[in-house]
Design a protein around this ligand. Sequence first.
Ligand code: ZN
Length: 277
Amino acid sequence: MPLTPSGFPLFLTFDLDCETMWTGRDPAYANRPILMSQGAYGWKVGAGRVLNLLDRYGLKATFFVPGLIIDQREALIVEILRRGHEIAHHSYTHTWILNLTPDQEREEMEKGFQSIKRVTGRAPRGWRSPAAELSPITMPMLVEYNFDYSSNFFDDDSPYLHTVNGQDTKLVELPFRWVLDDAPFFQYSIVLPGRTMQSPSALLEAWKSEFDVLYAEDRMMMVAMHPEIIGQPSRIKALEGLIEHALKHPKVWIGRCDELVKDIRPGLERARLEACK
Ligand SMILES: [Zn+2]
């Protein structure tokens, strides 16, 4: 029985971190122009290449964007929206949540929320943590802010509904894993952890194998990428290879997280009710 009425969900998501990938760890990196230029590649070159690839295949996707980048690069965000993609919440400054007080974390949430509301005209529906960390107040805050989905956890290959502080919620998790993220394959920086430069074919091989197993098991596939990384010439070809592989499969459904979550939540809620019986 397929997971959703639409078939097998493949989510192509792009975390448009740009310079905040560095400044989120240490604001002093803002004074190191060559580090900053590696982030700037995301908004100057990578994002456009990603958008053109998606257009070529008629695909819609979700971009998780720190509010600061929304405020600084509004013309690009407007262009992403014009092409039919979703803008989702990815903090305000991309600061590691472990380094924030609860008040600071709430401010990151509120400011990022307002940046998205201002530019898109509506509240964000989804949230992804900067640098894959949460605090004890994060999940309750996602419920309080009425998010439809979170894409953070690594504990499943299928979507599920969160239980927060012992309460059933309607918050859907769209999980992923590090193998479905471009950074562990390619992130190369003098100052960030992880200095790897694998070949694009290694990424494509891993992602095609992931796709084949997940598809055969009627699960879902969440791919998390960064325009400053996947938007580089050799790597965009690897992403295109995944898209071409996926589109050979009749049940595949590539789309925005917010739209698919509407489709899958009723089934998850029914399953939860059944489990209670
Ligand atoms: Zn990020």
